[in-house]
Design a protein around this ligand. Structure first.
Ligand code: KIV
Length: 282
């Protein structure tokens, strides 16, 4: 069983097959998402918010990403695994970006990496692609720039911003990205960008006109806290199930209903008798 390649992902656009991407940060969710048929698993730096409890993704570092990616890659399946390059792992220089991307491939087991940013990351994208590392781009709302953007806001609403995003998308395609995430942009602009590109776009809060869709898995299954973004659709309430399961366990422990006989280990009657005799004679 082999994993989907960047060529497979690009072919999906040509064939008009919608691309399904979800985030994953650990072995169990990687395994379940692949059993459910996800085409791509994104080891997103959203790990920082949804799993590590940070305020923003800017606190996530290379060690966090390498460890999470390796756990995701250990789960069997056919999904393509793309790993986010965390804040400051690619902005300093293309050489440092190459070193860090290499770690995500070699130690993390990713098949490609994702990088946030428009035209400013073109030299770095080129360096990685020339070195044999496929890159997924990410424009629109780029959470690593939250402080510069002034919050988690929809991008590309004005004519000027929309033009800039289209130019960024074209520059990234030209630089060699194999696909592009469009986050929190009006659907009309996302559709226009998707039609202008040969590579697939994967939308999150970017409407139906993209070639694929991605959601943070904890949002999708109801395991995240706070008010979800407008584009999130919850397909399950796993948080509720966990809360209830732990509350039931706590009640059983306190009422001495757990463990039941079926959950205990037994000595054989002979050993038990011999043990009691031995202890009595001491
Ligand atoms: O880190 C992440 O989860 C992402 C998605 C929101 C695309 O970058």
């Amino acid at each position: 069983m082999s994993r989907k390649t960047v060529a497979d992902i690009k072919e999906m656009k040509e064939k008009g097959q919608p691309i399904v991407m979800v985030t994953a940060y650990d072995y169990p969710l990687s395994r379940l998402a692949q059993e459910a048929g996800a085409d791509i698993l994104l080891v997103g730096d959203s790990l920082g918010n949804v799993v590590l409890g940070y305020e923003s993704t800017t606190s996530v570092d290379m060690e966090d990403m390498v460890r999470a990616c390796a756990a995701v890659a250990r789960a069997p399946g056919e999904a393509h695994i793309v790993c986010d390059m965390p804040f400051l792992s690619f902005q300093i220089s293309p050489e440092e970006a190459l070193r860090n991307a290499g770690r995500l491939i070699r130690e993390g087991g990713a098949q490609s990496v994702k990088m946030e940013g428009g035209r400013q990351v073109v030299p770095t994208v080129k360096k990685l692609v020339e070195s044999g590392i496929p890159v997924m781009g990410h424009i629109g709302l780029t959470p690593q720039s939250v402080h510069q953007l002034g919050g988690y806001r929809v991008q590309g609403r004005s004519l000027e911003e929309a033009r800039r995003l289209l130019e960024d998308a074209l520059a990234l395609e030209e630089a060699g990205v194999y696909s592009l995430v469009l986050e929190a942009v009006p659907w009309q602009l996302a559709q226009l960008i998707t039609r202008r590109l040969r590579i697939p776009t994967i939308g999150i809060g970017a409407g139906l006109g993209c070639d694929g869709q991605v959601l943070v898995i904890h949002d999708l299954i109801g395991l995240s806290f706070g008010k979800p973004a407008k584009f999130v659709k919850r397909y399950a309430q796993v948080g509720e199930i966990i809360r209830q399961a732990v509350a039931d366990f706590a009640a059983d422990v306190r009422e001495k209903r757990y463990p039941e006989p079926a959950h205990q280990y037994n000595l054989s009657p002979e050993t038990w008798e011999a043990l009691q005799k031995a202890l009595e004679s001491r």
